[in-house]
Design a protein around this ligand. Sequence first.
Ligand SMILES: C[S@@+](CC[C@H](N)C(=O)[O-])C[C@H]1O[C@@H](n2cnc3c(N)ncnc32)[C@H](O)[C@@H]1O
Length: 202
Amino acid sequence: MGDGDRPSLADQRDTETVYQPAEDSKLLADTAVAYTESGDWVLDVGTGSGYIAHRFGEETAARVVGSDLNPNACRQARDAGVSVVRADQLTPFRDGAFDVVVFNPPYLPTEPDREWDDWMETALSGGESGREVIEPFLDDLYRVLAPDGDAFLLVSSLTGIDAVRDYARGNGLTTMEAATESHPYEKLVVLHLRPTGAPDTR
Ligand SMILES: C[S@@+](CC[C@H](N)C(=O)[O-])C[C@H]1O[C@@H](n2cnc3c(N)ncnc32)[C@H](O)[C@@H]1O
């Protein structure tokens, strides 16, 4: 969601109902695929077109599932050969189910009066803070990860990277910057998250 070569949000709003792969999708896939071992169970949360899940399927011997809230995205990912579940975040998945979880979330800070109430908003808007989808994800991530599992979360300087790392720590997860990429208006970072101890709330 970064540089000036891509259509503006207003352009996408009228033409797209599914987020199409961009530099953030590619950075996340390039990074996470390298950490995956044969036979791992992988979940691509908010799979969109299915691009990241498809990359895992092509480049690893992992077992991959995609999920998305948007039924149009589920359809598009399924057409791309991805096994898809229509789901809100991590809700339907059982405890400890995944060795690898990846999420390229909606992260753009958006004022309430700028919300436009369609599927592209669901793909792009992280609410006022930019972290309104990321925080519930981090609340539940520890639960679905295998004890030695790895998660990869795409964040942006627009989203507040330190705030995301602090929030993850409060949920029993260590964070490391696994990859970074600078664009004219933002820095993209792939955070590598691993379970440490029980979350504060347990
Ligand atoms: C930035 S797009 C990323 C799409 C794709 N993973 C990629 O990298 O190209 C974010 C995706 O998250 C989905 N999404 C947003 N909120 C969600 C939620 N609560 N549960 C599941 N998916 C969600 C959106 O529908 C959208 O497909």
